[in-house]
Design a protein around this ligand. Structure first.
Ligand SMILES: C[S@@+](CC[C@H](N)C(=O)[O-])C[C@H]1O[C@@H](n2cnc3c(N)ncnc32)[C@H](O)[C@@H]1O
Ligand code: SF4
Length: 367
């Protein structure tokens, strides 16, 4: 059975204008204590319950590549792992160098996920990113030279000021780097971010829904033509290269969350940790649980949730007789298609996935 370990690293050099992730730019003094706390948390979790060795470990953030390589590898060493486990580190192109990536590879990291967002300088500036496109090219080259087997590139589309031609050029430049995996996210305007405030005040334009839909279709066409297959709404991979860790989230497998703001799903229970690094370090160092909440789903709620998650993937959901009417209507509207006894989202359906999910849930209630 797959079992993932997610480790949250809540530090960034600078906050991008659009980002509301749990991350801080003024907490460098906490890094050592935080790394120690992650190691202790892992040891305690594995001692307290018969958890299986990890089939995947994912360092996400924030910016995990901001940590000294040895600090990240210290956490990695304290995770019991299956042989051949997938080990991913999210990297900001501005916080890697050849030596760091070589140390990752020697320490067992076999997948790097770079935050690229765009290869157009004016779009990067509009997003408040610090890196230049060349830094991505350099980072990917270092990762390959170090022997990191898998490279993912994260993109954002639909930034106001980004034309469809800009987006096509970004996709071309991305493909030229020969990644194994591409994630493409529609820019979302989060309240409380510099972008969210500027849009609320009318100082900046909001993303245009129609342009974002066109950008999504363009990505799907160009990536498919280059040999990538979509396997989750925002994720495309070369054959054999889907992210095993993320697949675990979508197929309802168990996973452990380490670090502040991390979520876990173990033994039928979903739980999440305190949001700030201070509170996390404090809880661990005083012997308390870092959890700040939990949720126990009853069986119908679990079924609903696993259906919504599976619907996001190219596996789709098994055709349920109880949903024949809703499924037929969604198929007739071109939002679902049938494959091997499953309903799978069409490209248009992927753009309207929440609506499709809601209608399937309402369809269940009607029966
Ligand atoms: C933790 S970051 C990746 C690593 C590193 N922190 C970086 O940004 O270079 C995860 C990804 O989430 C995506 N993301 C974050 N906020 C977003 C937003 N408001 N809209 C769309 N994508 C977003 C970006 O593509 C980003 O690369
Ligand atoms: S997008 Fe990445 S680098 Fe930018 S603030 Fe968010 S986590 Fe940090």
């Amino acid at each position: 059975m797959p079992f993932g370990v997610y480790v949250h690293i809540p530090f960034c050099e600078r906050r991008c204008d659009y980002c509301d992730f749990a991350t801080w730019t003024d907490r460098a003094h906490l890094v050592d204590a935080y790394v120690d706390a992650c190691v202790v948390d892992l040891e305690r979790r594995y001692l307290a319950a018969a958890l299986p060795p990890a089939t995947s470990v994912f360092f996400g953030g924030g910016t995990p590549s901001l940590l000294p390589a040895e600090a990240l590898l210290r956490i990695l060493r304290s995770v019991p792992k299956e042989p051949g486990a997938e080990i991913t580190v999210e990297c900001n192109p501005d916080t890697v160098d050849a030596a760091k990536l070589a140390a990752y590879a020697v320490g067992g990291v076999n997948r790097c996920s770079f935050g690229v967002q765009s290869m157009a300088p004016h779009v990067l500036a509009a997003l408040g990113r610090t890196h230049a496109p060349d830094n991505v090219v350099r980072g990917v080259e270092w990762a390959r030279r170090a022997g990191i087997a898998q490279v993912n590139l994260d993109l954002i589309y639909g930034t106001p000021g980004e034309s469809l031609d800009d987006w096509r050029s970004t996709l071309d430049a991305t493909l030229a780097l020969e990644p194994d995996h591409v994630s493409a996210y529609a820019l979302t305007v989060e309240p409380g971010t510099p972008l969210g405030r500027a849009v609320a005040l009318g100082e900046r334009a909001a993303p245009d829904d129609d342009l974002q839909a066109e950008a999504y279709a363009t990505a799907d066409e160009m990536l498919s033509a280059a040999g990538f297959a979509w396997y989750e709404i925002s994720s495309w991979a070369r054959p054999g290269a889907p992210c095993r860790h993320n697949l675990g989230y979508w197929d309802g497998s168990d996973y452990l969350g380490i670090g502040c703001a991390a979520h876990g799903h173990t033994a039928g229970r979903r739980w999440w940790n305190v949001r700030t690094p201070e509170r996390y370090v404090d809880a661990i160092s005083s012997g308390r649980s870092p959890e700040s909440g939990e949720e126990l789903l009853d069986s119908p709620a679990r079924h609903e949730e696993s259906r919504a998650l599976a619907l996001r993937t190219s596996m789709g959901i098994p055709r349920e007789p109880a949903l024949a009417t809703t499924g037929a209507a969604l198929t007739a509207e071109g939002l679902l298609t049938e494959r091997d006894g499953h309903w799978v989202l069409t490209r248009r359906g992927r753009l309207l996935a929440s609506e499709v999910s809601t209608r399937l849930a309402l369809g269940t209630m009607d029966c």
